[in-house]
Design a protein around this ligand. Structure first.
Ligand code: NDP
Length: 433
């Protein structure tokens, strides 16, 4: 804590993991002897840089860029870039730490990293976003490479931004190095199914979790927070599995649509960068927009937080429990506060932590790297089928590990210990570095 003052999200993420590791440290004393925990909590490298760019009126802005290369014991650094005004070093470090364990859980050879900037793409023109991305990559490129560090998207970074970043990388290096970024467009190295992967994978995980209690998503009311990449695809997959998704949200409020969200309309609104309020206006009928309130007020059996960190508080958890929630699965990274997780656990609600439940995105990024390395183009069906297999594997690993360490049904313990063991064993084998 003293070494990283003010990095509250990073402290929260590390504390949440360390709280669950005692059984594994007791059982394997060589982890303590080789200071694996201390080394795991210290990023291998942290890069902070200036990103100057000019807006359409010629005014110069200066943003801050970050890339935290957290751990490369099991593969090259891998993790997304976030463009949002809230981004700071503590947030990037929390995300990089989580990413390290998540990537290990996928079973793919990828290390952990995260990056981004406090740049706000909202309200910026295409040309401004392009100039920002070009300036960002003009510094970042020297730290990247398909065997070194491979960024992807996150909040505020989608296929458009990845395109501008990739274009600038290609221009500076004079290399068409497909494997250096994932989340690329189809036609220039992207994997079909990558945009869908996190949301789809989340729902596959949720279905697996419900099946351990002889239940399924069929006929369940689902509430999703956010209306971005992860949220939209979670809504789609949940609907395909027979659930009725009754609400979603953005940073201004939520929309509730008791007969089920009209996904085509929602996608149309979001593709034009519209807000959920506009969805409610256009949908008419029963849909209703509620400003500045948490979407967790809407009664449901399954809750999928897919917006941002610490968005589901103890108060929200209390409301969900009173309304009879059966399962909460994190599409976002660390959206549930520690107090909320505790309440859900005490109430016996199934809880899937983000590092397991949202691992489908990065797993499909690893597939994209594999596709690029083989200079091939895969089909949507092929990647979707592999995504399902990977999510089942992640689920079973967490489930079995929790059982092995005496916490049956506790996916949080299972995910933390399983991810830790995979990274820690590789670190011990490779010596003191
Ligand atoms: P997007 O930028 O596509 O969407 C983010 C959504 O969350 C938007 O609806 C946004 O609303 C809302 N949101 C963002 N910040 C806040 C806030 N402070 N309060 C309320 N709502 C907010 O991002 P993604 O869907 O890609 O990412 C969402 C989450 O999932 C993040 O936690 C990310 O780290 C995680 N994740 C993403 C993966 C991916 O593949 N994309 C992979 C694994 C995890 P508004 O438009 O109003 O800002």
């Amino acid at each position: 804590l003293r070494r990283n003052p003010g990095e509250k999200e990073f402290h929260q993420a590390v504390r949440e993991v360390l709280e669950t590791l005692q059984p594994v440290l007791d059982r394997h004393p060589h982890y303590a002897d080789t200071a694996v925990v201390e080394r795991l909590c210290e990023p291998e490298r942290q890069i902070v840089f200036r990103v100057p760019w000019a807006d359409d009126r010629g005014r110069v802005h200066v943003n801050r860029g970050f890339r935290v290369e957290f751990n490369s014991a099991i593969g090259p650094y891998k993790g997304g870039l976030r463009f949002h005004p809230s981004v700071n070093l503590g947030i990037v470090k929390f995300l990089g730490f989580e990413q390290t364990l998540k990537n290990a859980l996928t079973g793919k050879p990828i290390g952990g990293a995260k990056g981004g900037s406090d740049f706000d793409p909202k309200g910026r023109s295409e040309a401004e976003v392009m100039r920002f991305c070009q300036s960002f990559m003009t510094e970042l490129y020297r730290h990247l490479g398909e065997y070194t560090d491979i960024p992807a998207g996150d909040i505020g970074v989608g296929t458009r931004e990845i395109g501008y970043l990739f274009g600038q990388y290609r221009r500076i290096t004079n290399r068409f190095e497909s494997g250096v970024l994932t989340g690329k467009g189809i036609g220039w190295g992207g994997a079909p199914g990558r945009p869908e992967a996190t949301g789809y994978g989340l729902v596959v995980f949720t279905q697996q979790m419900l099946s351990t209690r002889g239940d399924s998503l069929d006929g369940k009311r689902v509430v999703v927070s956010g209306a971005g990449n992860v949220a939209l695809h979670a809504i789609e997959k949940a609907r395909d599995l027979g659930a009725v998704v009754v609400a979603c949200s953005d940073s201004r409020g939520y929309v509730v649509d008791p007969k089920g969200l009209d996904l085509d309309l929602l996608k149309e609104v979001r593709e034009a960068r519209g807000r959920v309020e506009e969805y409610a206006e256009r949908r008419g009928a029963d849909a209703r927009f509620v400003a500045d309130a948490p979407v967790w007020q809407v009664p449901c059996e399954v809750a999928l937080p897919c917006a941002t960190q610490n968005e589901l508080t103890a108060r929200d958890a209390g409301e969900l429990i009173r309304n009879g929630v059966l399962a909460v699965a994190e599409g976002a990274n660390m959206p549930t506060t520690p107090g909320a997780v505790e309440l859900l656990r005490e109430a016996g609600v199934l809880f899937a932590p983000g590092k397991a439940a949202n691992a489908g995105g990065v797993a499909t990024s690893a597939l994209e790297m594999q596709q690029n390395a083989s200079r091939d183009s895969w089909t949507f069906e092929y990647t979707e089928q592999r995504l399902e297999e990977i999510m089942r594997h992640v689920h079973d690993t967490c489930f079995e590990t929790a059982q092995r360490y005496g916490h049956p049904g506790d996916y949080r313990v299972g995910a933390n210990i399983a991810g830790f063991e995979l990274v820690a064993d590789a670190m011990v084998a490779q010596g003191l570095i």
